[in-house]
Design a protein around this ligand. Sequence first.
Ligand code: ZN
Length: 195
Amino acid sequence: MDEPRTVTVDGVALTVVVERKRVKNLNARLRGATIRLSVPYYASRAEIDAAVPELARTLLRRARARQVNREEDALALARRVAARFPQPPEVGAVAFVTTQRSRWGSYSPASRTIRLNAVLRQMPRWVLEAVVAHELAHAFHLAHSAAFHALLRRVCPDTERADAFLAGVSWLAQGWDRLDPVERALLHRDGGDDG
Ligand SMILES: [Zn+2]
């Protein structure tokens, strides 16, 4: 492996890891802040260095576009959920955030913004819908009162199932390190049915 190098693109510093492989062309993948390049054995360092900035820029922009799309998807989803309320709350924006570790979401009627824990991105859509419904229901009832639950069940029949799903996710996330490696392996099966 060549020595890792760094490149700064659009103000973002990226580490570039170059791996020599039996490939015909340069291939690049972006993961977090690291770009992994597969390059042919015969490519010179100068050639690689010349190609890196443009490649990095393309990958970074593609990753950002994907992210924006997901927030736009989430906005459309949130508006569909809002429309089920007797008096639909206004939703102007949805933001995925990594700063609220203990919460799944929040809704601010003043800014008409729903903030969602970024972990929800990877979860099934109906779970995301239930979290959105829960947060929007708080625009009408602050506490988890009987009236709150009645409204929530009306706009989101899946709400109890989603709560159970999220409780399982939290349980696993908190207990993961305490699990025996054998038990972890049991949970970690690939391609199993999810019945
Ligand atoms: Zn709540």
